[in-house]
Design a protein around this ligand. Structure first.
Ligand code: SAM
Length: 398
């Protein structure tokens, strides 16, 4: 995917996310996550099976599902079609720490699946403080995301807060180290965010036995590991781990399909913890969009004030388009209006388009406000002013 760029990334000439998300595009990364067909398919079957069983027990039951770190929708792309046609009263909340991913989800899945909502959620922070109702969800799904948080116990406590009593947490994770992930996602700072000591050595990942311990420590019970194929749990490269929150159990999850067949192989508990090779995956840690809420605009009004220059107008247009804001102001702080590193890559790609001077991406990443970013563009133009055609200078620096 990005091997030829590895020397540039390692020597600092390029940023890893420029390579993994070229011009802010998710295409390269999507190919990796959408390829976990069997395990994503297993998650989809588990969710659909749960919803069907709830409906069988209580035809009018409303069922709510929340997906944490949905990203490009590697799992969602399997789960939503499995839920189509399962009737009204179904709600699916597609969340991610990055507003870029929730916007991507909305444009990819929103039109075809009207029962889905899209909102930012940082699972490292208490969900209630981010506008999510505690105890409101029957199923919480987290695929290839929980390992990317700093403290697994805090993360699991937050996931548990979202669940109703008797609700089910479904975790899909890479559960052994793999070189491919180390050489790709491992180049991004988010991969190495872990601050606790419950991971596989030299990696942010947890094996199935380590997930079991963490989940039980966090108050979950009936924890079990599943895999599309039978494998001893300490040998599984990927696994689905199911855990329940105490309380009345509306239906059993992950125990049988509607056909009465086992939904998946329950993987055997190991006698030893076998670990080998190096690591990993994960998208870059991005700053939580402070104040971001439910895909609402957070940029405030433009107060009718004119921008100070055509360059500010140009930057404003890119911010509005990428962040989905109706108005922005020169002193708006990028992170405060919901920006993150992936969205910034998309903005820069728009700014580069037709701009007569090469842009220094590293510098643009330092800009905090809209005015700062326009100022950096202006500085680039002024530096090269002697080499530029007059009409470009007049239009952009008027
Ligand atoms: C490796 S991707 C997996 C995406 C998707 N679940 C899949 O399997 O295709 C990890 C996702 O977790 C998100 N993420 C990272 N830290 C997070 C956090 N603290 N809260 C919520 N999402 C987070 C990232 O933005 C990214 O989209």
């Amino acid at each position: 995917m990005c091997l030829e760029d590895l020397p540039d990334v390692l020597t600092g000439r390029k940023k890893a996310h420029e390579v993994l998300f070229p011009d802010g595009s998710f295409d390269a990364v999507e190919a990796v996550y959408h390829s976990d067909h069997d395990t994503n398919g297993l998650v989809a079957r588990l969710v659909a099976e749960y919803v069907r069983a709830r409906r069988a027990a209580d035809p009018g039951a409303a069922v709510s599902v929340l997906e944490i770190g949905a990203g490009t929708g590697g799992t969602t792309a399997k789960v939503l079609p499995a839920l189509d046609g399962l009737g009204g009263g179904l709600r699916y909340m597609y969340t991610d720490i990055s507003r870029g991913f929730t916007q991507h989800g909305r444009s990819r899945y929103g039109a075809d699946h009207p029962f889905v909502d899209f909102r930012p959620l940082d699972i490292e922070q208490p969900p209630a403080g981010q506008g999510f109702e505690p105890g409101a969800y029957d199923i919480v799904l987290a695929c290839n995301v929980l390992h990317a948080t700093r403290r697994i116990d805090d993360t699991l406590a937050h996931a548990r807060q979202l669940l109703r009593p008797g609700g089910v947490l479904i975790v899909l994770e890479t559960t052994r180290k793999q070189d491919f992930f180390t050489m790709t996602f491992g180049l991004m700072s988010g991969w190495w965010a872990a601050e606790d000591d419950c991971r596989l050595p030299g990696s942010p990942l947890l094996s199935v036995p380590l997930w079991r311990q963490a989940l039980e420590r966090s108050g979950f019970h009936r924890v079990r590991g599943l895999s599309p194929a039978p494998v001893r749990e300490d040998r599984a490269f990927q696994a689905v781990v199911l855990a329940e929150k105490e309380g009345a159990r509306p239906v059993a999850a992950g125990e049988a399909t509607d056909a009465g067949e086992p939904a998946a192989a329950t993987i055997a508990e190991p006698t030893t913890e076998a670990v080998s090779g190096p690591v990993d995956e994960a998208a870059d840690r991005v700053t939580a969009p402070a104040g971001a809420d439910a895909g609402e605009d957070t940029g405030g009004t433009a107060d009718g004030a004119a921008f100070g220059s055509p360059l500010q107008e140009r930057v404003a247009a890119a911010w509005q388009e990428v962040l989905g804001l109706t108005s922005v102001r020169p002193d708006d702080d990028f992170q405060d209006v919901g920006g993150d590193s992936i969205l910034l890559t998309q903005i820069i790609s728009r700014l580069k388009n037709g701009f007569p001077v090469e842009l220094d991406l590293g510098e643009l990443f330092q800009a905090r406000t809209l005015a700062d970013m326009a100022g950096l563009l202006e500085a680039e133009l002024i530096e090269k002013i002697d080499q530029l055609p007059d009409d470009a200078v007049n239009t952009l620096l008027a």
